[in-house]
Design a protein around this ligand. Structure first.
Ligand code: IMP
Ligand code: MG
Length: 181
């Protein structure tokens, strides 16, 4: 796959550094608080594993499986959620971990769903953000990197459910991918 995607968009070293910073900030902000970190599958699975390991607090973890009906160049219209949380989040602090916040619709929908359980607070952390594509206003408290509108794969992010296992983030280039088939 490395031959298809070329060099990383963000190096693994830059990623490690930034995720460590996020972990430090989160550890500081939630010191002494009861925190549940909720990963949004599938996209956030790699980032989530790296992030929780640099949060130095006795957190609990949980997952949601969600998917926006999204095409490569169109924002999610509806969001489908397959799973329920297994942990109780009422009166607890929740950190929702996303791979990428694009239009913001998926994150907004998930926050509104989780709010029904009356958590003490809920904040969003995302590895990547495309602020230029935002269609609704949503507070994203922790952002790894802001990126342009290019479509990105790897490190958990997919194109048609593929390339999640590419170990780094790369810009999607449809041309060479066609040739691979
Ligand atoms: P939103 O609802 O438009 O914010 O879209 C969020 C979801 O769309 C993310 O959780 C991703 O699954 C997907 N997505 C948006 N942009 C990209 C991208 O550049 N690469 C891969 N997936 C993306
Ligand atoms: Mg996706």
């Amino acid at each position: 796959m490395a031959e298809i995607f070329g060099k990383p968009l963000i190096t693994q070293e830059a990623m490690r550094r930034r995720i460590r910073e996020l972990g430090k900030q989160i550890s500081k902000d939630y010191q002494g608080k009861d925190l549940v970190v909720v990963g949004v599958l599938k996209g956030a699975y790699v980032f989530f594993a790296d992030l929780v390991r640099v949060i130095q607090l006795p957190i609990q973890i949980d997952f949601l499986i969600a998917k926006g009906t999204k095409k490569i160049d169109r924002p999610a219209r509806t969001v489908k959620v397959w799973t329920e949380l297994t942990e109780k989040i009422a009166r607890r602090h929740v950190l929702l971990v996303e791979d990428i916040v694009d239009s913001g619709l998926t994150a907004q929908f998930l926050v509104s769903q989780l709010n029904k359980h009356k958590p003490a607070s809920i904040a969003v952390c995302t590895l990547l953000s495309k602020p230029a594509n935002r269609q609704i206003e949503i507070e994203v408290r922790y952002v790894g990197f802001e990126v342009s509108q290019a479509y990105i794969v790897g490190y958990g992010l997919d194109f048609e459910q593929k390339y999640r296992n590419l170990p780094y983030l790369a810009k999607m280039d449809p041309e060479p991918v066609q040739k691979e088939r």
